[in-house]
Design a protein around this ligand. Sequence first.
Ligand SMILES: [Zn+2]
Length: 420
Amino acid sequence: MNIPSRLAIISALLLAVLLAVLLPAPSCSRTGDIPWAAPRGAAEAGIEEELTRLLDAYGSALVGKDRDAFLATIDPAAADFQAAQARFFDRVQQVPFADYRLRLDSVSDSGGQTVAKVSVSYTLENSFSTYTEPERAAFYVARTGDGLRLAGDATEAALGRQRNVHLEDFGRINFLEGGHSLVFFLDGDDAVARTARDRVDQAWPQLTAVLPGVELPKVPVWIYHDQQQIDAVYPGEWQDWVGGASRSYGGASGGEIILDAGTFTEIAAYDPDYNRKMIVHELTHVALFGVSSARAPPFLEEGLADYVAGFEVSPRLANIIAGGGDPVPSLRDLSRPGGFEVLLDDESAWLAYEVADTAVAYLEEKYGNEQVMALLREFRQRELDQLDQDQLVEEVFQSVLGIGWQEFEDGWRRYVLESR
Ligand SMILES: [Zn+2]
């Protein structure tokens, strides 16, 4: 399963912030000698440029692994903050940042202290060029004899919440590079990290065969030690999955896999193949982030993820169809956005994946993987279409496969009965 990204909302917010920061002041008509209604303070404009340079220096030092340059951006008088930042630098030392960006959103005065609100995002070497979802944070800023310096974490004071928790908050991050993955993990989780790296590499030929035309750089895999850590990093988002999930960066493409080493190790003891399938399933989701869209029938994404991973179908679905019934949820339900998000219990979840898996297997066998990809691309092309979802599905299936929904559903039913 993948976590729906909140990027749409966040980027809307960001855009608003950005527009406020970047657009020139509203140009009141300037005739004769009427002065600007609100003259821009020279000091404010100055501090923004200086601050931007400071934030750039912080990011570049992190990318360049230059500890001295990094700590030079911190106010030496703020001993606790200096120590916390030194620890942060040491813990992310192995992470191959390609870029680390702190974009200045605003500067304000809070109780006599200067506060800079920023949006933090990064890219990784050999991985997606899409930046990670920007995270908002805030710093206290102090003027020292050497210029501006970061002097403390102002996130809670300025944004009303603590800053987000990350893997490095639990310890030093270790790094393993596979042929097709970048694996990040804590001390003690080396075995899970190696397994994850190998599973991604082993799945690659099948992945690229099923998804022709999909270009994928190395996929980041973040391994948390246990469920508790994951709950701290993704509060409230993490109820539904067992062992792993994928997460989209938003943008045109890009995403990452997140694993829970504790659950992974537990499951490995009795069903190692579950872990393999889970990683390949999530890897397929990441590959589809660049192709799929909000309007693509979710059964296509889930079914493809299982198709690449390999799955077995139980006779349960065939029995329901042979009895003249319709599974709940139905294939139609699963063609609508959110179709997988309303599954009420394990039984309906199980059945939903069987429906998706057989529907995709049928499409793959009857029309081939180029056509399945063409379906996804057509849904993406028409993402902003105002049509009702059922109508959109009808039109896309007609235009790509030359058949309507009913014909597809009938063919799928026959396929399920024949594969018993
Ligand atoms: Zn999934």
